[in-house]
Every structure is written in C-alpha cells, then in structure tokens.
Design a protein around this ligand. Structure first.
Ligand code: FES
Ligand SMILES: [Fe+2]
Length: 353
C-alpha cells in the first residue's frame, strides 16, 4: 500500500504546452526528482549570475530585478554561449553575452534585429527553486517552462535547531573530488570517527548501543550511545560520561549528526550534490547551544574544516571499485538503509519511465 502511494506521488508530465525548450528534459533527468540544496543565499547576493554544474549539467542562477532567484539552463539556445556570463538588463531579461538575445526566466523575449519575434514561446529550461532557512534548494529534473520532467512531492528537511533561539549557526561549503554518494555515506559512517578524526575517542571507539529506525520513505535514523572521552568537549564542558549521537539521512542530499552530552548539543547538517560522477559540493551547517558567542565562530569553522580535510584525506585513499564493500549489518546500518532507499526510489522511477 505504501509503495502504491509512493508511486502515485511521482508525476511524469507529458508536454502539452506549446513552449519549446532546449535541451529537452531527458538531458537532466538522471538525478532524484527532489529538492537539492545548491547554495546558501549569501553565495548569490550579487546581481551578476552564477554558474553551477549539477550532475554534469550547467545551470545559471541569478537574482532578478524583483529579488526573485531564477535558475535556468546555462546554454544559450542560439549558439550555446554560457548565459551566466551575461548581464541582467533593466527590463529584467538576462542578456546572452555572445549576440545579445534576451531571456526572461529562460524564455527568449527579444532577439536583436528581429522585432517580429514573439517573446515567451521558446528558450531554455527553468528549474524550480525553494528558499528555506537562508538556503536555496533546486529540483533539477523538471522544466517549468515546457512543463516536462519528473517531480516527487516531499518536504525539505529543516532541523529543529534552525528555529530554536538557543542555537547559533555557522555554515560553509567545500568542493570534494569524490562522488556525492561516497561523501554522504562517509558522514553516515560512525565507525571511522575514532580512526580518522583528531576529535575521536580512540580508547572507546565502539558504541555500546545502536538503534536504527525508519522515519519515512525518504529518511532513516540511527542512534548511537558512546562513552565520552576524558579530554572530549562533552566531558570537559558538559561533565557527561555518555554521549548520544543521532545520525540521520533525508534523501536526496541531507545528513544530520546530532551529538548530545547532557545539556550540550552540537548538530552538523550536510547537503551534498553531484557536480559530476567523481566530484561533488558539500554544504555544511553547524548548530550549537553552548559557547554561543559569535566571536567563537571562527574556532568552530576551523574545527569543521579540519575534520572535513581529515575526511577528504581518507576518502582519496579509497579504491572506487571496492567502495560498495562488505558492510556490517550492525555498524553500517545507516549507510545500508541509505543505499536501500536510494535504490528503491531509483527503481520505482525507472519502472514509471
Ligand atoms: S549564443 Fe547566445 S545570443 Fe548567440
Ligand atoms: Fe568524518
């Protein structure tokens, strides 16, 4: 029954509109049809367009004259120039830098020297965006302009810490020269912490209790119970003998690692999207309810960057063909369920197509 509901939520739209866009949706439909975090709003504050590459497909993002974010294919339909190198004109059109064609939300509005051309009938695909929690999320599989592609109804995960005044947040991003699924699984892998990270507890690297629960068709959560290290922040600041780590995934791109030691809570959220098969962008947010003075933000930033470089270092040594590996049903339970749900989603999508 659950599967049935899941399937009917996936909508494959057929093109009934007369608007023609290029490339057609088949070109960018290889990702999960969900909202992926592609930027923090601060990254897109200036008026000039920015280019991102999502799963080998170039996308131009800009803020229009009405302060609305717009994401369109970066490829000019005339001769293929990169639209993100264009200029936003006073008529709210993005002008291609090569021969001056003007695009409104991806559709060609004006062509220099061709006053008879009717605007808004053809052009480039435009992708759905959502602004939430100061971040920008994009669905890369559906073209609003031609009304074609794949969608799936879901709620974008926002952690409770985001609306809790006791927490402060820092955020950032890093380019990883590894596949997005490897990067995401690494964050869902608790057993590497004590071996890879300087903040781990080598004296007690194994949790004494582990519990996995399914949250919904797109997410799952494992709770780990650890003994805290003698020199750890949990022990020194929180006086905690034990530490609870909640490790969650929310498809397509999100992980949560919430570390609780008595009243101290530190939560790290990551979002990872594919740039190509071998490269990805990892966005991170860190929320904390202790040492909340903003003057300490640089300290938490540098801890985060240090930890991520420790991750990058070990991931670079992993042989790609062996990454699937012999997994442990006990300690790798979160990654196993992440794989299972990802596979299930992709299979159902394939069946429908
Ligand atoms: S390539 Fe864009 S207007 Fe010619
Ligand atoms: Fe790590």
């Amino acid at each position: 029954m659950l599967l049935f509901f899941f399937i009917i939520h996936i909508v494959v739209s057929s093109s009934k509109s007369f608007i023609i866009t290029k490339p057609t949706s088949a070109k960018y439909s290889t990702s999960l049809p969900l909202f992926w975090k592609i930027a923090n709003k601060n990254e897109l504050q200036c008026s000039s367009p920015k280019k991102i590459v999502f799963n080998d497909f170039p996308i131009a993002i800009y803020k229009d004259k009405f302060h609305k974010f717009v994401a369109i294919s970066d490829i000019c339909v005339h001769r293929g120039a990169s639209l993100s190198r264009g200029t936003l004109l006073n008529n709210n059109c993005l002008q291609c830098p090569y021969h001056g064609w003007e695009y409104k939300n991806g559709l060609v509005e004006n062509i220099p020297g061709c006053p008879d051309v009717t605007g808004g009938l053809f052009g480039a695909p435009q992708f759905e965006l959502k602004e939430l929690n100061d971040d920008i999320f994009m669905r890369p599989t559906y073209d609003i302009n031609s009304n074609t592609g794949i969608t799936y109804n879901h709620t974008i995960y926002i952690p409770p810490e985001a609306s809790d005044k006791k927490f402060v947040r820092i955020s950032g991003k890093l380019c990883m020269k590894r596949p997005f699924s490897m990067v995401t699984e690494n964050v869902l892998d608790m057993m590497h912490i004590s071996y890879v990270h300087s903040f781990g507890n080598p004296l007690s690297p194994v949790p004494f209790k582990i519990q996995y629960e399914d949250l919904d068709p797109l997410s799952g959560k494992t709770t780990f119970h650890y003994t805290s290290g003698f020199s750890s922040m949990s022990r020194r600041l929180g006086g905690a003998k034990f530490v609870i780590v909640e490790n969650e995934f929310h498809l397509p791109d999100t992980t949560v690692t919430r570390v609780t030691a008595n009243h101290l809570v530190k939560t790290i959220i990551t979002h990872c999207y594919p740039v190509s098969k071998t490269e990805s962008i990892l966005h991170y947010e860190l929320y904390r309810n202790f040492l909340t003075s903003h003057t300490l933000n640089p300290l938490f930033h540098s801890q985060m960057i240090k930890a991520l470089h420790e991750d990058i270092n070990i991931m670079h040594s992993v042989y790609d063909d062996y990454f699937i590996g012999f997994m442990s049903n006990k300690y790798d339970i979160t990654q196993l369920n992440y794989r299972k749900k990802m596979k299930w989603f992709l299979k159902n999508e394939t069946d429908i197509n």
